[in-house]
Ligand binder design. Sequence first.
Ligand code: SAH
Ligand code: SF4
Ligand code: F3S
Length: 487
Amino acid sequence: MIEYIDTMDEFQIREDNPLNNNTTVISQEDLRRQEEISQYIKEFWQNQGVTPVAFVDTYGCQQNEADSERIRGILERCGYGLTDTAEGADLVVINTCAIREHAEQRVFGNVGALVHTKRRHPGQKIFVCGCMMGQSAVVEKMRKSYTHVDGIFSPHHLWELPEQLYRVLIRHRKSVFVDDSAGNIAEGLPVVRMNKLKAWVSVMYGCNNFCSYCIVPYVRGRERSRRPEDVLQECRELIAAGYKDITLLGQNVNSYGKDLGLGVDFADLLASIAELEGDFVLRFMTSHPKDASHKLFDTMAKYDKIAKQFHLPFQSGNDRILKAMNRHYDAAQYLALIDYGRALMPDLVFTSDVIVGFPGETAEEFEDTLRLVERVGFDALFTFIFSPRGGTPAAAMEDPTPRAEKNERFDRLVALQNRISEQKHRAYVGKTLRVLIDGVEDELLTARTDGGRLVRIRGDKALLGQFARVEITDATTWSLVGRVAEH
Ligand code: SAH
Ligand code: SF4
Ligand code: F3S
């Protein structure tokens, strides 16, 4: 029988097990302890003759999706089944995103609405986690105004979810596990993957860049890379289990390895995975232009298994704004990277992120963004209007441009990109491309090209999960239409 001592009122100070100066690797002993608590929770439910169900709701980026898969893994280990609605769930976990105000407002609204589901199912426990909980002001607001919430934890405390559940379920306490440490790495957490073909693999966590508008470094801590052998092992297991599409994740994925001091950079990691036996496509995101080395492009060109897709956010086409954003490159350097990549790989697909209406952006400076978009010709662009984030330098900058004008700029940019996307997609018509057939939607098969473009195909459902060569017969702004050429 395991003994549980209630010493959890204060945060425990853990002995560091340093991989480098910044990184705490959670010890096997600590992980085992969480596993034991999971077992205890499972027995707690079994003793009541109940199979509890949990609903995990995810906001934000792929990093959060990947974290939610670990949360589901931990919950399954604690005896929970999974459901896709908060209604009637014994446990609701809301994994939040803090990137823009709109994202936060949605979370506040949806967490607020859980008052009603809890009223209808009084045993329901509610946890809120993720990037919003990395901000002390948000945590305070949750604690004070959302009293139906039972547990709060920031991304650094995901691995301790069993302990937090124990506190809430068995000790009938509230649980708040938050701090502003630099972050940690917890290897070997259980995982329930949501897709049978495509898998996320986080290779590094956190960000050191402090772009002046961005909250991520504050809520996700410093950059810390997993050991190459741990990443390789996870990839080997995925390939053996039949996964066909692996995406390496990091906020700034191409600075992988800098903190390890092992002489292994992101291009080396990518190459070593691409060398693994098996039929799979390898992707990665998100890359920062300042760390996009020629070696990385050369590595992409060398291996067929590495998708010819590069998500390379440029944020603005104007050098003064780029400087104010603390991005460490200018428009000419960005364009030189695009040109280098295309010279090596003519079919390389570029996609990007851009912010409209950064504080002080003038009408002329915005024109530079339009010019860059026109010059590059991205296949797709993710466009955002600047949203001030408390505590970031940009939130304190003068921002005289009226919202209506920002909206107008945004609309012009979207219209330009839609025209380009459509042109780009039209240019695929008549080509034959390799795709992975990954789904069925409205009687049509869906597939992704190596470049990440969506293709809808009339075809046999038996092709699901296979690579096939597809002739593109038609195109829209958003997707392609094709027929199977051979497989
Ligand atoms: N680490 C990645 C992604 C960061 S978040 C990167 O550096 O590219 C995804 C996108 O959200 C960013 O690329 C940026 O375009 C946008 N973004 C981040 N903070 C923002 C803010 N405060 N307002 C508007 N858009 C923002
Ligand atoms: Fe944010 Fe910049 Fe880091 Fe991306 S690189 S997560 S935009 S600080
Ligand atoms: Fe949002 Fe956190 Fe991702 S702030 S964009 S979920 S890293």
